[in-house]
Design a protein around this ligand. Structure first.
Ligand SMILES: C[S@@+](CC[C@H](N)C(=O)[O-])C[C@H]1O[C@@H](n2cnc3c(N)ncnc32)[C@H](O)[C@@H]1O
Length: 248
């Protein structure tokens, strides 16, 4: 298959779940904690003498993880991209102070196009949270290869995301429990509109062309050239994956 020709970005947050993205904390409290974990990982990285650490964030959404990153250390500058104007408009408000200081710049573009626009070996860190699992499988492989290309040798990749369990039966059981939790939570506050949208979104996450299982995800990272591919945190489908671009 010619991946260049078929890989495409989708826009899955244009409707009510993007407009009321804050509601995610009701159904997935793990997400906010994961954003802090991504920030903690970046805080642990060595400083670059006489310059800032340059970070590219994939799928910044409303800026939840961007904020965690910016608070994690003061020598960090971020180029953050998202292809959903509704999400970026909220990020503009949430990140207003940091935007004013020039510590973050927001770009409306899809991940693959954004990465392709960067020169090779031009960033220190590629970071993301809960965006990459939304990608179509072939698009994801291309984006990860581009993330490797744009990193400087010795640069870091960190992603806190939904990585499906390799045990398919257990994964199905956990997903069923998750769907039950969505029903209980949104029914309790009378938000059947959001329930419908998040269930539809869950079907997208679980579809064969999107599902990001942990084992194959680790193999893809190694195949594109990353080393020290590790999972320092995992709780159900929520996992933190870190990796390094080898220095010569
Ligand atoms: C679940 S939200 C997570 C947002 C944010 N990273 C956070 O930690 O809260 C996923 C975000 O990824 C964005 N996204 C999904 N596919 C994308 C793509 N191909 N290119 C750029 N952004 C994408 C969506 O628009 C959405 O804002």
């Amino acid at each position: 298959m010619n991946h260049q020709a078929t890989a495409r970005a989708e826009r899955l947050f244009s409707g009510p779940i993007g407009a009321e993205y804050d509601m995610l904390k009701l159904i997935c409290p793990a997400a906010a904690a994961m954003s802090l974990r991504v920030g903690d990982f970046v805080a642990s990285l060595p400083a670059r003498p006489n310059r800032t650490l340059d970070l590219f964030e994939i799928g910044c959404g409303t800026g939840v993880t961007t904020q965690a990153l910016l608070h994690s250390r003061s020598d960090l500058t971020i180029a953050a991209i998202d292809n959903e104007p509704t999400m970026l408009a909220q990020a503009q408000g949430n990140l207003a102070g940091f935007l004013g200081q020039g510590r973050v710049t927001l770009f409306e573009t899809d991940a693959l196009s954004g990465l392709r626009s960067l020169p090779a070996e031009s960033v220190d860190v590629v970071a993301s949270a809960y965006a990459i699992h939304n990608f179509l499988d072939d698009y994801r492989s291309l984006a990860l290869a581009e993330a490797f290309r744009v990193l400087r040798p010795g640069g870091f990749f960190v992603n806190g995301d939904r990585y499906a369990l390799d045990d398919a039966a257990e994964h199905t059981r956990q997903t069923q429990a998750e769907a039950r939790h969505y029903f209980k939570t949104f029914a309790a506050i009378g938000r059947h509109d959001l329930l419908e949208q998040w269930i539809i979104h869950l079907f997208s996450d679980e579809s064969s062309e999107h599902l990001m299982r942990l084992g194959p995800a680790l193999a893809t990272m190694q195949a594109v050239g990353f080393e020290a591919v590790e999972v320092p945190f995992r709780e159900g489908v929520n996992a933190l994956l870190t990796a390094v671009k080898p220095a010569p």
